[in-house]
Ligand binder design. Structure first.
Ligand SMILES: *Cc1c(COP(=O)(O)O)cnc(C)c1O
Length: 440
């Protein structure tokens, strides 16, 4: 890997080679960060090389990925998810330049596919035939899908509360599924012991420093797609330029996603493709916000209970907290905590104003952005991107709560569009419509 210098511990600064079994720091147990040789990368890329590249997936950024030059990625199309300019939603929030990056449109319907694609590729490289991880759900389903597409076996540990949609994906992708009677912490610990015992390839994102490198491609795409959308010419190259947003809102669980998002922008900055860095908006659920609380109190991370319906970010002990804290601080970021009701409201608003359907953790970033906009923390003309990290069909039970047909909410008591249950009779339909002021 000529583009990679090695790995460095973000805690003690110890340096390592970037090998197949380079996981956590051998000296202090800290999390590792992959370090690139930007002097090597810079002459090999330009806005023009990207403009000419017809590979519309995360693999168009091979120069920024730790996979080696001859690497042959799997067949699934991961990445290059759409970046929508959401005018109506922007208007509601008083933001003139609001974009939504819909990463629920990846092969297994979450941003995690970006990390799992790297994991599967590196597992093949390491000569492993089985990959394993513990997960709140999406890392699992994405790993199982990536493994299936590349002829690898997968063993997946999930906490028993994982939503049915995600569990079902795992079984369809042929994974061995271990549903652990306990919380995510207990699930993680059991998986770590089993992985050690059986020698499988470890896709636990906080342990495996290569994975947030995959996740960072979401930022590379955002910057390239913003340039495309605005038609910004890159004078030096005669092609459109990459463009950094002013703010990026994203939900935070273990912290690998937000750390990856930050790394992506820093990579582009390091090679001169963007000339400024965005501020991160780190959004967590009120009932489980250890990362944001550490920032707000300027105190070390402390475990919290996992009280939120946003299962993908119900992480009481963030496994990549240090990287997340560093990313938020370095970016002069904003923290926002949202209630479950605010998450469900964001789900409805995204659906109704933009046609985008996210799972609870998928729309949590947007819920936080809504709150930040209400508090006037975001200038009205700022260039803002909110990443939807997972698709709404993964967790239909929560979506039904948002829609007002489950969880004790009576649809008739709300102002929202209503579910009309009716006999097949036109006269009855007319009556029901009249009652609700529909087509009077
Ligand atoms: C995993 C996940 C997140 C959070 O990512 P972390 O790396 O755990 O912080 C957010 N949204 C969805 C849908 C996820 O699956």
């Amino acid at each position: 890997m000529r583009n990679v210098k090695g790995a460095v511990c973000i805690k003690c600064g110890a340096e390592f080679e970037a090998g197949d079994d380079t996981y956590t720091c051998a000296k202090c147990g800290g999390i590792l960060e992959i370090v690139y040789d930007y002097d090597y990368i810079k002459p090999r890329i330009s806005a023009q090389t990207f403009a000419n590249d017809k590979n519309f997936s995360m693999w168009r950024y091979m120069q920024f990925l730790p996979v080696g030059e001859g690497a042959r990625p799997g067949p699934l199309r991961v990445g290059w998810s759409p970046l929508y300019k959401t005018e109506a939603l922007g208007k509601t929030l008083g933001l003139e330049n609001l974009y939504i990056k819909d990463d629920g449109l990846n092969p297994t319907s979450s941003l995690k596919d970006r990390a799992s694609a790297i994991a599967a590729l590196r597992a093949v490289h390491a000569g492993k035939d089985t990959v394993a991880c513990s997960s709140t759900g999406n890392a699992a389903s994405s790993l199982a899908g990536a493994a299936a597409s590349m002829g690898l076996k997968s063993v997946i540990f999930v906490p028993e509360r994982a939503p049915q949609g995600k569990l079902t994906q795992l079984l369809i992708f042929g994974a061995v599924v271990v549903s652990v009677k306990g919380d995510y912490g207990a699930t993680f610990r059991l998986s770590a012991r089993a992985i050690e015992k059986y020698g499988w390839y470890n896709r636990n994102a906080a342990i495996n420093p290569y994975l947030s490198e995959g996740k960072k491609t979401v930022s590379l795409e955002i910057a390239e797609q913003l340039g495309l959308a605005a038609g910004v010419p890159a004078a030096a190259h005669g092609a459109y330029g990459f463009t950094a947003p002013d703010f990026v809102a994203v939900s935070v669980g273990d912290g690998c996603t937000i750390a990856g998002v930050w790394k992506g922008f820093k990579d582009l900055y390091a090679v001169g493709l963007i000339d400024k860095l965005p501020r991160l908006i780190s959004v967590q659920a009120e009932g489980c916000c250890p990362v944001n609380r550490a920032i707000e109190r300027d105190a070390p991370l402390e475990p919290m209970e996992e009280n939120t319906l946003a299962d993908s970010i119900a992480v009481g002990v963030p496994r990549n907290g240090d990287k997340a804290l560093a990313a938020i601080r370095e970016s002069n970021g904003i923290t926002v905590n949202v209630s479950d009701d605010e998450i469900l409201a964001a789900m409805r608003l995204l659906g109704r104003s933009a046609g985008i359907f996210g799972e609870p953790a998928g729309v949590t970033g947007t819920a936080g952005l809504i709150k930040a906009a209400e508090r006037a923390l975001i200038p009205h003309d700022a260039l803002v991107v909110s990443i939807v990290t997972g698709n709404g069909l993964k967790d239909v039970a929560s979506a039904q709560k948002a829609a007002g047909i489950a969880g004790g909410v009576k649809p008739d008591n709300s102002n929202e569009p209503k579910l009309i249950r009716i006999e097949p009779d036109m006269d009855l339909l007319t009556v029901e419509f009249a009652k609700r002021g529909i087509c009077p």
